[in-house]
Design a protein around this ligand. Structure first.
Ligand code: ADP
Length: 461
């Protein structure tokens, strides 16, 4: 900025200086030209009057050194009668001279002739006298060019001084303008006293930098949150895997060492089997969850009709429901969404599984597929134990369980709803939860018509 200001001011000063110098030189030169012409006129008038009263001999008495002008007297036919600097007899006829011809025509005449080198110019003034003769006075002066050439050492000095002064001034100007700008305190934009006009800009920069800082903090927080979640997940996974493994290894050791009584062997091996089953479903859910998380937007989507898919899932769950006299019902009609058939099947399975697991004996499960305008609703509602208000926002977290022992007793892993949440996100579906403790729970997924962006896909109704 400073450099630019310097060059701009410097160039400005140079242009002004050049313009001023040129105008001054021209004005001075014009003044001297006018002055010389006036002198020639006065001289001619005076000499003309003298010649008319006293005759041509008067010219011989004029001191040419004093006037420094050349005087020529020309007869009415052009013959030179007198010349102050040359022999009149040897001079050619002057009737063709421009100024002389003009004088015969209009009483007086001017002409200017330059020397071969253009260094000097001679101005001629011719005056017609009453007897028809012409008196001509001429003076030689410098041209602008010769004047400049003659003055070049002093001109060079003036220009050098001007350049130096302009440079110094331009540097000071640049410094004076730029320093307060560079020193603006963006943290306190209103305390900038030198340029009040810059306050709005400083305020804007300040607001923007605060916004960037806030966003950086948010990003950092999000980063830390994700980091914490990853650590928690690893700790949770280890813990969840360790519990059944400890049981399995404990019972297996008792049997292996032959410590177990023969009548207990069946019970213990049954426990090993149950825990191994639990391990299997845990590992299966963990793998499924990481697969769903990785799928994201890159998932290959096809048109999937949710209605027959629900029919298929319900058929699989019916025996499990019937064991507890739970009635399962499918309502609604065909609803086609863009997505992964396998993942959608997993979502419906997890929701139905929960609706049975956390239901009361003799309760019911209603699955609904309904096109809502250009969107499609999938809902799984049960008449079970419900989810307390305080837990409703957390049940979609990994390993979060409202009642850990109950979940464990019914074979839950705490990952089912996490898989549902991630699958909903991968399908840009809106996720809603409505639950009344002791009355039942309804989980709804609303799928978009086509490809739409939907970041906040999880919301509580
Ligand atoms: P889990 O394998 O334990 O069922 P989920 O992630 O599927 O894990 O569910 C998390 C928790 O949410 C469950 O432990 C349970 O407490 C609660 N939950 C989920 N679905 C229902 C439901 N339909 N009714 C009542 N509680 C439910």
């Amino acid at each position: 900025m400073k450099r630019k200001l310097f060059w701009n001011s410097f160039l400005c000063a140079m242009v002004v200086l050049a313009a001023c110098l040129s105008v001054t030189v021209l004005a001075v030169f014009d003044y001297f030209s006018q002055y010389n012409r006036q002198r020639l006129e006065e001289e001619a008038a005076y000499l003309g009057a003298a010649v008319e009263t006293e005759g041509g001999d008067f010219l011989e008495t004029v001191d040419q050194d004093a006037t420094q002008q050349r005087v020529t007297w020309i007869d009415a036919d052009g013959t030179v009668l007198y010349d102050s600097e040359a022999d009149a007899a040897s001079m050619e006829n002057h009737s063709q001279r421009e100024e002389v011809a003009q004088a015969w025509e209009s009483g007086s005449g001017w002409s200017v002739r330059y020397s071969d080198t253009l260094a000097t110019k001679t101005t001629y003034y011719a005056l017609l006298l009453t007897d028809g003769t012409v008196l001509r006075v001429s003076g030689t002066e410098w041209t602008i060019l010769s004047m400049l050439l003659d003055m070049w050492p002093s001109l060079l000095l003036v220009v050098a001084l001007a350049v130096l002064l302009s440079g110094l001034l331009a540097w000071r100007i640049a410094e004076t303008i730029a320093r307060p700008v560079n020193e603006i305190d963006l943290e306190h934009p209103d305390e900038n006293g030198v340029y009040p006009e810059l306050r709005p800009l400083a305020r804007r920069i300040n607001a923007q930098s605060r916004q960037i800082k806030r966003q950086m903090e948010l990003l950092d927080q999000e980063h830390q949150r994700q980091d914490r979640m990853r650590r928690e997940f690893t700790a949770n996974v280890s813990h969840e895997l360790k519990t059944p493994l400890t049981s399995i290894s404990g019972y297996a050791e008792i049997i292996h060492e032959g410590i177990a009584r023969p009548e207990n062997v069946k019970e213990f091996s049954g426990k090993i089997y149950d825990e191994a089953q639990r391990l299997q479903s845990l590992v299966g859910d963990i793998l499924e969850l990481s697969r769903v998380e990785d799928l994201g937007v890159g998932m290959e989507k096809t048109a999937v009709d949710l209605y027959p898919l629900c029919e298929e899932v319900l058929r699989r769950f019916r025996p499990q429901a019937e064991r507890r006299e739970i009635v399962m019902e499918l309502k609604g009609t065909h609803g086609i969404v863009q997505g992964s058939r396998e993942l959608l099947g997993e979502v419906i399975s997890n929701l139905c599984d929960n609706a049975i697991k956390y239901n009361r004996d003799g309760g019911s499960v209603v699955v609904t597929v309904n096109p809502l305008g250009d969107r499609v609703l999938l809902s799984v509602a049960d008449t079970g134990i419900g989810i307390p208000e305080a837990d409703q926002g957390r049940v979609f977290e990994r390993f979060y369980r409202v009642d850990k022992s109950r979940s464990k007793a019914v074979g839950g892993t705490g990952l089912g709803l996490s898989i549902v949440k991630h699958a909903a996100a991968a399908h840009n579906a809106q996720l809603q939860l409505e639950s009344q403790p002791g009355q039942g729970t309804e989980i709804r997924l609303i799928f978009p018509a086509g490809e739409t962006e939907n970041d906040d896909n999880c919301e509580r109704a």
